[in-house]
Design a protein around this ligand. Structure first.
Ligand SMILES: O=C(O)CCC(=O)C(=O)O
Length: 318
C-alpha cells in the first residue's frame, strides 16, 4: 500500500498522537496560541456567503447565524437526557481503548459526575441522532446557506440531512483530521464554547533528516494557514472541503456537525468513494493490517451507504 508522506494525513494511532502532542508543547503549540482568528461575519446574506466564502474556499464564522434555533435557546444536557435518555450511544468512540456503550442518560450522568470530580473528559462524538431520536431535528431547522448540498441529488434528502451531534465535557478533544469525501464542514454551536484550530488543505508535516516530525517547518510554511476560532452558541463555522481541523472543548459543549458537498467537488467525491470501496473489496486484508483503527468504521459507513442507496450487497448484477 502507498506510504503517506504527510504525517497530518496518516490515520495510525502513533501519528495521530504525535500531532496531538505537537499542540501541547513545542513550535506548533506556540504557533497555535498565536494563530490569527478565522474571519467572523454577522448579518451576512446567503448570496454574500456564496460569493465571498464558498466560491473562494475561505473559512468564516457566521456569528449568531443559528441563534434563533430552539436548540440554541432551550437545550442543556439534562434536557436531552429527559427527551432521549434511553437511547444507546457509544461514548469516546474515537478512542478504540476507551470506547464503550451507555444510554444517553448514563452518559449525561458520567459527564456531570466527571466534571464535579475533575475526571478526564468524556466525549460523545459523531452521534447520528436521527436514527434513534429523530424528534430532535425540529429544534435545528435546515440552514438556508446549506441548500447547495449535492448529496441530496446523489443519495436523497435523508442522507443529506443526516447530521451528527457532538456532546462533550470541558477539556474533550477531537484530534486534527480532514473530513472524508470532499465535504464542506458547517458546524453549528448549540451549548457552551469550543476552540477550533484549522489548517489549509496544503498543510504538510514531513519528517526531518533524523526521522523526527518537522513541526517548525509546518508552522513556518505559508501553505499551513493555521488559524483559530472560539465558537459560541448560535455561531456557525464554514470550513471548505479538505481543511484540517482540531477541536478543544473550553466548556461542556453541544454542537451540530453538518456537511455539504459542493457540486464543484463532485468528481473528487466520487473518486474518494470509489477508491474506498475498491480498497475494501479488493484489498480488505491489507487495509485491515495497515489501518486497524479505521477499517471497522469504514466498513460500517459503506454498509450504511449501501443500505441508504437500496443496494443489495449479496447481488453482483442488477
Ligand atoms: O466538534 C468536534 O469535536 C468535531 C466536529 C467536527 O470534526 C466536524 O463537525 O467536522
Amino acid at each position: 500500500m502507498a506510504h503517506e508522506e504527510n504525517i497530518l494525513r496518516r490515520h495510525d494511532l502513533a501519528s495521530l498522537t504525535l500531532v496531538e502532542q505537537g499542540f501541547h508543547s513545542g513550535p506548533l503549540a506556540e504557533a497555535a496560541k498565536a494563530a490569527p482568528s478565522v474571519e467572523r461575519r454577522s448579518d451576512i446574506t446567503p448570496e454574500q456567503f456564496r460569493q465571498e466564502y464558498r466560491r473562494q474556499n475561505r473559512p468564516v464564522v457566521l456569528e449568531g447565524y443559528a441563534a434563533d434555533w430552539p436548540a440554541v435557546r432551550t437545550w442543556s444536557f439534562d434536557h436531552l437526557a429527559e427527551r432521549c435518555g434511553s437511547v444507546r450511544v457509544i461514548i469516546d468512540s474515537y478512542n478504540s481503548k476507551a470506547a464503550r456503550e451507555a444510554s444517553l442518560a448514563e452518559f449525561v450522568e458520567i459527564l456531570t459526575a466527571g466534571r464535579a470530580a475533575n475526571r478526564s473528559p468524556v466525549y460523545l462524538q459523531e452521534w447520528y441522532y436521527k436514527t434513534s431520536c429523530p424528534e430532535l431535528a425540529r429544534d435545528m431547522p435546515e440552514l438556508d446557506i446549506a441548500q447547495y448540498d449535492f448529496r441530496r441529488n446523489l443519495y436523497g434528502d435523508s442522507a443529506s440531512t443526516n447530521h451528527q451531534l457532538w456532546l462533550g465535557q470541558q477539556g474533550g478533544i477531537t484530534r486534527l483530521h480532514q473530513d472524508s469525501y470532499m465535504v464542506d464542514v458547517m458546524h453549528a454551536q448549540i451549548v457552551g464554547e469550543k476552540r477550533w484550530h484549522v489548517m489549509g488543505p496544503k498543510a504538510v508535516l514531513h519528517s526531518d533528516d533524523r526521522g523526527e516530525p518537522d513541526l517548525a517547518a509546518l508552522c513556518e510554511s505559508p501553505d499551513t494557514q493555521l488559524m483559530q476560532s472560539v465558537l459560541k452558541p448560535g455561531d456557525v463555522l464554514f470550513l471548505p472541503a479538505m481543511w484540517f481541523h482540531r477541536i478543544e472543548l473550553l466548556t461542556d459543549s453541544i454542537g451540530l456537525g453538518r456537511k455539504c458537498l459542493d457540486e464543484a467537488n463532485l468528481q473528487m467525491h466520487m473518486h474518494q468513494r470509489m477508491a474506498e470501496l475498491l480498497a475494501l473489496a479488493l484489498n480488505y486484508d491489507e487495509v485491515k493490517q495497515s489501518h486497524p483503527e479505521l477499517v471497522d468504521v469504514v466498513m460500517t459507513r459503506n454498509r450504511v451507504w449501501a443500505n441508504r442507496m437500496n443496494i443489495d450487497l449479496a447481488r453482483l448484477r442488477p
